[in-house]
Design a protein around this ligand. Structure first.
Ligand SMILES: *Cc1c(COP(=O)(O)O)cnc(C)c1O
Length: 429
C-alpha cells in the first residue's frame, strides 16, 4: 500500500512542491502538517492524527500547550535574540535550573547550543581539551592524540564531529575520514571496552590515552535498546581507573522521557553511576530548537575559555523561555509520574496485544519499542498513519513510541486499539 494513493489533495500538492525545493535528505515526508493541540495534530487536508512519536521525543508538552505558547509569545515581545555579547534572564535561569535538575555538583556549568549534535560537538571538543590538559596528549607537536571511545549502534548526530562517534556505517562511511582517534567499542561488552583502554601505551604500537567514553543509556536510534546498568557501572570504573571522562548523551533520554529528569538518575539504567558530563536537546524546549552540554564540577567546566567554543544563537532567549515553561509544566503537572504510569500502561498493553505481529517490548517511561515478527515496520507505521496514529519505524523490525509526556490513559488505549487491528500479513518493507 502506498501512502501516496490515499493522500489528500492538499497534501499531495504541497509534497510535490516540497520535493522541488528541498534537498532529499529525509525522503518524502509522510504528510504536510497544519496545526496541533495536545497529543493531536492535523494535516493540510484536515485529517487528525494521534501522535505517539512527538516530533521524535521532542514535543514534551504536545502541541500548542498554553504555557509554552505564552512563554514564547511574551519573550518574543521583549527580546528574541541578542548574540553572546549580551545575556538574558531566561538563559541564566535555565542554566541554573538544568544544573539543579541534573543534580550536578557544585561548580557545574552549562554550554548552550541549538541541537543534539551541537551538544555532542561541544562534548567532543571538551574531551579533546581534557586529553591535552590531563594526559598531555598534544598531537599538534607530534604526540599521540587522546582517544574518544563510542559505542557500536550509538547515535550522536550528523555534524562531522558527532558523526565521528555515530555508529551506523551507511550514514558515516561515505564521509570518512572524520575526526581522528574516535574509536568504537562493542556496546554492552566490558571486555571490548577494557581492550580499548589497554591499547594505550608508549612505543610504536601504543595508542594515545582515552580522554572520554561517550554513550547513550538507551540507544534510541538503534531501536530503543538499554545498554544495561552493569555495563554502565563497569564503564564508570574503567573510566575512573584510566582518568577518562564518562559522557552520557541524554539528547533523547533526558528531560523526563524515561520517568526521571535524566536517564542516569534511574538506577535500573545507570546502576547509580554519575557521569562527568551530559548532553541534552530534543525535549528540553518542548519543540523550540535548543541543546547543550552540562559539565559536572568546576575543573571540567573551566576547560572552555573565551574563543574555544560558541555559536551565534547559543542560549537564545526564545528557546530559553520555551525551555523554562516546559520544565516548569513538567514539575507543576507532575508529568514524571505520568511518564512512569503511561509508559507502563503502554508496555503492558503492547505485550498483551493479541496479534502475532508483535514480539518483545522494551524501554523505560515513554521511550519504548516493540519488536515485529518480520521486517515490516514501515508498512505497519504506514497503516497506522492511515488509521490516524503516528508511530515510528525506528528499525526494519521495530516500532518506536515517544509520545508527548502529557499523553493520557485514553490516548494510550486508543494507540493500542489501532495497533491491535494492524493486518498480520503486511509485506516486508
Ligand atoms: C537525536 C539525537 C541526537 C542528535 O540530535 P539533533 O538535534 O538531531 O542534532 C544525538 N544524540 C541522540 C541520542 C539523539 O537521539
Amino acid at each position: 500500500m502506498s501512502d501516496k494513493e490515499t493522500l489528500g489533495a492538499n497534501d499531495a500538492k504541497w509534497l510535490d512542491s516540497y520535493k522541488n525545493v528541498h534537498m532529499n535528505v529525509f525522503g518524502t515526508p509522510l504528510r504536510v502538517m497544519d496545526h496541533g493541540q495536545g497529543t493531536r495534530i492535523w494535516d493540510v487536508d484536515g485529517n487528525e492524527y494521534l501522535d505517539f512519536l512527538g516530533g521524535i521525543a521532542v514535543n514534551a508538552l504536545g502541541y500548542a500547550h498554553p504555557a509554552w505558547v505564552k512563554a514564547i509569545a511574551e519573550q518574543a515581545a521583549k527580546v528574541g535574540h541578542t548574540s553572546n555579547y549580551f545575556a538574558t534572564e531566561p538563559q541564566i535561569e535555565l542554566a541554573s535550573k538544568l544544573i539543579e535538575l541534573a543534580e550536578a555538583p557544585e561548580g557545574s556549568h552549562v554550554y548552550f547550543g541549538n541541537s543534539g549534535a551541537e551538544g555532542n560537538e561541544a562534548a567532543i571538543k571538551l574531551a579533546k581539551l581534557y586529553g591535552r590538559t590531563l594526559h598531555g596528549a598534544l598531537p599538534d607537536i607530534g604526540g599521540k592524540p587522546a582517544r574518544i571511545l563510542a559505542m557500536t549502534h550509538g547515535f550522536h548526530g550528523r555534524t562531522l564531529g558527532a558523526l565521528s562517534a555515530t555508529w551506523k556505517p551507511v550514514i558515516r562511511k561515505q564521509f570518512e575520514p572524520l575526526v581522528p582517534a574516535v574509536e568504537f567499542v562493542e556496546a554492552g561488552n566490558v571486555e571490548s571496552l577494557q581492550r580499548a583502554f589497554n591499547e594505550t601505551g608508549l612505543g610504536r604500537y601504543g595508542k594515545g590515552p582515552v580522554a572520554a567514553v561517550i554513550m547513550e543509556l538507551i540507544q534510541g536510534e538503534a531501536g530503543v535498546v538499554p545498554l544495561g546498568a552493569d555495563y554502565v557501572k563497569a564503564a564508570r570504573e574503567l573510566c575512573d581507573r584510566n582518568n577518562a571522562l564518562l559522557i552520557i548523551d541524554e539528547v533523547q533520554t533526558g528531560i523526563g522521557r524515561t520517568g526521571e529528569w535524566f536517564a542516569f538518575q534511574r538506577e535500573d539504567l545507570s546502576g547509580g553511576v554519575i557521569p562527568d558530563a551530559i548532553t541534552f536537546a530534543k525535549g528540553v524546549a518542548g519543540g523550540f530548537p535548543m541543546g547543550g552540554l552540562i559539565a559536572f564540577g568546576e575543573k571540567l567546566s573551566s576547560l572552555f575559555t573565551p574563543g574555544s567554543h560558541g555559536s551565534t544563537f547559543a542560549g537564545n532567549p526564545l528557546g530559553a523561555a520555551a525551555a523554562l515553561a516546559t520544565l516548569k509544566t513538567i514539575e507543576d503537572d507532575d508529568l514524571l509520574a505520568n511518564v512512569e504510569a503511561r509508559g507502563k500502561q503502554l508496555r503492558d498493553g503492547l505485550a498483551a496485544l493479541d496479534n502475532p505481529l508483535y514480539g518483545e517490548v522494551r524501554g523505560r517511561g515513554l521511550l519504548d519499542a516493540v519488536q515485529l515478527s518480520h521486517p515490516c515496520a514501515h508498512a505497519v507505521a504506514g497503516w497506522a498513519l492511515e488509521h490516524g496514529l503516528i508511530v515510528n519505524a525506528v528499525a526494519p523490525n521495530a516500532l518506536r513510541f515517544a509520545p508527548p509526556l502529557i499523553v493520557s490513559e485514553q490516548d494510550v488505549d486508543e494507540c493500542l486499539n489501532v495497533l491491535a487491528k494492524v493486518p498480520t500479513d503486511l509485506p516486508n518493507d
